[in-house]
Design a protein around this ligand. Structure first.
Ligand code: CA
Length: 225
């Protein structure tokens, strides 16, 4: 089992690497977020252990970017004791499990094994918000089983929004995911895309709301978030 350990505290990382190797895992260590990103782009890991306080980027930002890229590698987050807020934010961003420091090695190993078991048995994820379903394998959107016909830009925007449903997505972040880097479109072009998407969602229980100062959010009107 290949484990990517993202941890900047060298003593902690060295101890964990040794211990995990002794327990039959194959750990690899990244001491900051940039290194972790490079390693994730070059190799497949069964599970990621992620510290939150990294020198170059917060662990939750790293996690969010992984999930936005469609990387579904299970992530176990190491939090400070009592880090309830980090847990809530982490869950919203797609973390799979948490462990508070300090922890017993046996507990870490048991959780890693459970995460890997769970992820191996799981089919390609279907993301859902209300009756809107995104099949991440076929890349198709449907509402109550009826396929939605979307332009590539509408598709890109809705894919970002459904990945983070219930959480606002910043306008410039949405823009950069929908328009090419070399596009000369202005950032307001995203509003045209969203306007058309909203029309296509009319009549369903899903809507795109504007959250003042924060961006846009996909939400279901039929279920509490
Ligand atoms: Ca740290």
């Amino acid at each position: 089992m290949r484990v990517l350990l993202v941890e900047d505290e060298r003593e902690m990382a060295a101890w964990l690497e040794r211990a995990l190797a002794q327990s039959g895992f194959v750990p690899e260590h990244a001491h900051d977020a940039a290194t972790a990103e490079r390693m994730l782009s070059e190799a497949r890991y069964d599970v990621v252990i992620m510290d939150l306080r990294l020198p170059d980027k917060h662990g939750l930002v790293l996690l969010r970017e992984m999930r936005n890229r469609g990387d579904i590698t299970p992530v176990l987050i190491l939090t400070a004791q009592g880090g309830l807020q980090d847990r809530v934010r982490g869950l919203n961003l797609g973390a799979d499990d948490f462990l508070s420091k300090p922890f017993a090695l046996e507990e870490l190993e048991a959780r890693l094994a459970a995460l890997v078991r769970r992820s191996r048995g799981r089919p390609a994820p279907r993301m859902q918000c209300g009756s809107l379903v995104y099949d991440t394998e076929s890349k198709a959107f449907s509402i109550e089983g009826v396929l939605l016909h979307l332009t590539p830009r509408e598709h890109a925007a809705l894919a970002v929004l459904v990945t983070r449903s219930g959480v606002p997505v910043e306008k410039n972040q949405l823009f950069s995911r929908v328009f090419d880097h070399d596009s000369d479109a202005s950032i307001d072009a995203i509003e045209v895309v969203l306007h058309r998407l909203r029309k296509k969602l009319t009549g369903s229980d899903v809507r795109i709301v504007t959250v003042r100062g924060l961006g846009y959010m996909l939400e279901s009107t039929s279920e509490p978030i």
